[in-house]
Design a protein around this ligand. Structure first.
Ligand SMILES: C[S@@+](CC[C@H](N)C(=O)[O-])C[C@H]1O[C@@H](n2cnc3c(N)ncnc32)[C@H](O)[C@@H]1O
Length: 297
């Protein structure tokens, strides 16, 4: 048996070094509970790089040539579980309360732009769900004045959905927008017909819908994140950060939202103890946080 196939010993100090490096790079924090997962993934990467010491691997990651390997490591560490229409009560709240209010207020100001960010979008099901909900909400405009050909977003509205992640492979899958029958479970028949094309046994997001979503790489750990958002969805991402990093991220989200913008976090996550710059709205089993300007607090 080759020595590379065997497990390479990982000392507590090497583990600490790598843990700290990963935390500094992307905010993911591996506590006791997730330490075995981290060690397994590190062993996997060490083997892929054909290296026989974790200290050499650490030096590779911190070298000028190490960027590619850092991305590969992060791809191995992220949890990309997601689905279409995940946690429906939150999406109902988004559609019925948040969107209604935003559209009404914007219409009064004759501001026809709407910008929504899915931060940590994984393989795309979340931003495409948001695109579908926005299109459906705006659809009633057609009743008054149907243009030809029918665009999904009626003029003069301009909708941008930004979808970002740290995992390049997930982003590529998201951009391709091709999903299996199992992945389509949450999407009902009418929505499938309207927003997807059938290609053999798969479903492909129609160009009219995918054109509304712009995929990009953004590491939520970095200082400069996309601004001027009306709504941010960052669900099931902060759960992997420690509370210091969660606080920093929520502060950045506050900066990245327009006044009175909304933040959705995962339904098992909360802003409790992290900030006093948002007010919580809870309705029908779902929660959203509304950004408060300093003056209003
Ligand atoms: C569990 S998925 C959640 C997907 C989707 N938001 C949902 O709730 O269905 C978490 C995503 O967060 C991404 N992620 C983790 N750390 C990140 C970081 N520092 N910056 C950007 N994305 C990150 C992962 O790559 C992964 O795709």
């Amino acid at each position: 048996m080759s020595t590379l196939a065997a497990q390479v010993p990982l000392s507590p100090s090497e583990l600490k070094l790598l843990q700290t490096l990963i935390y500094q790079e992307c905010g993911m924090f591996f506590d006791e509970r997730r330490s075995q997962f981290l060690q397994d993934r590190l062993q996997r990467r060490l083997k892929a790089c054909q290296m026989d010491s974790f200290y050499s691997y650490y030096l590779l990651l911190t070298s000028a040539q190490g960027k590619k390997e850092m991305n590969a490591l992060l791809e191995n560490l992220t949890v990309n579980e997601t689905s279409f229409f995940r946690i429906r009560p939150q999406l109902e709240l988004f559609k019925k309360t948040v969107l209604e209010e935003l559209l009404r207020k914007k219409q009064e100001r004759r501001d026809w732009s709407l910008r929504v960010w899915s931060a940590g979008c994984s393989t795309g099901q979340e931003p495409y769900t948001l695109a579908i909900l926005i299109c459906d909400t705006l659809a009633y405009y057609y009743l008054r004045n149907p243009p030809t050909p029918k665009p999904l977003i009626p003029p003069p509205w301009k909708v941008e959905i930004l979808a970002s992640d740290i995992n390049y492979s997930a982003l590529l899958t998201a951009q391709q927008g091709i999903y299996t029958e199992t992945q389509m479970e949450g999407v009902d028949y009418t929505l499938r017909l309207r927003y997807f094309d059938k290609l053999a046994d798969k479903y492909v997001v129609k160009p009219a819908l995918s054109n509304l979503v712009q995929f990009d790489f953004h590491n939520l750990k970095t200082e400069f994140l996309p601004r001027r958002n009306d709504v941010i969805f960052c669900r099931n991402v902060m759960i992997y950060f420690d509370s210091a990093e969660q606080k920093r991220l929520v502060e950045k989200f506050h900066q990245c939202l327009n006044t009175d913008g909304y933040l959705f976090v995962g339904h098992a996550e909360s802003l409790f103890g992290l900030t006093d710059k948002f007010c919580m709205i809870h309705d029908n089993n779902a929660t959203v946080y509304k950004q408060m300007e300093k003056a209003a607090r």
